[in-house]
Design a protein around this ligand. Structure first.
Ligand code: 5GP
Length: 192
């Protein structure tokens, strides 16, 4: 998505440790009109799948997931929650996800009430790096007996392993921007 690449060049900040900050429109302040455009793009990309639900993970995926749902007919958004392991019960699907940005491991849960074997799920998230977040969400969907219909990512860091892993598993993965290289000294970003 050309407009997204241009916005990343204008507003993105490359931080040490291979982190791209896009706080001005996605990760802190939300540019609602722009997220709406991205939501429309995801709807176009996945329009042929019989999607009943969008799944994301708190917090930064929620905004774009909600805007995507607006462009499908009346489908809900479920967001997986980060939880304390002491709070995990039989009413929850549970997995663990290593966090790329915080370098820790989170217990992540979804209430069994909100995902079941009749669901056809589109996963939406802000970034794809090593794939831990997406693979954790896929695990939760499988626990529910539901079907993964596709995965929509705003920014894929294409030089990390996540994209390749998920495509090799045979999932329909679409990223609105794929970064091939980031230079944290010069602040340069190269797209695929
Ligand atoms: P993965 O699980 O694929 O390794 O990393 C994806 C998750 O880590 C996303 O949910 C996102 O929140 C976070 N993340 C990974 N790389 C970046 C980055 O460069 N910038 C930001 N803002 N978040 C990132």
């Amino acid at each position: 998505m050309k407009a997204l690449e241009e916005k990343i060049i204008r507003e993105g900040i490359v931080k040490k440790g291979n982190i791209l900050k896009v706080d001005s429109f996605l990760n802190h302040q939300i540019d609602v009109a722009f997220l709406d455009e991205m939501g429309k793009e995801f709807q176009t990309l996945f329009q042929n799948q019989p999607i009943t639900k969008i799944l994301t993970i708190e917090a930064s995926g929620i905004g774009v997931a909600v805007m995507t749902a607006r462009h499908f007919q009346n489908i809900p958004v479920v967001f997986a929650k980060k939880s304390k392991s002491s709070n995990i019960s039989d009413e929850l699907y549970h997995t663990t996800i290593d966090s790329f940005t915080h370098q820790n491991t989170n217990d992540v849960v979804i209430s069994k009430q909100y995902l079941n074997e009749n669901d056809h799920v589109l996963i939406i998230d802000d970034f794809l790096a090593n794939g831990c977040a997406v693979l954790g969400l896929i695990d939760l969907i499988h626990q529910a007996g539901a079907t993964v219909e596709g995965i929509g990512i705003v920014i894929e860091k294409g030089y990390q392993v996540g994209g390749q892993k998920i495509r090799e598993l045979g999932y329909h993965l679409e990223s609105l921007a794929i970064i091939d290289h980031m230079d944290d000294v010069k602040g340069e970003i190269t797209f695929r």
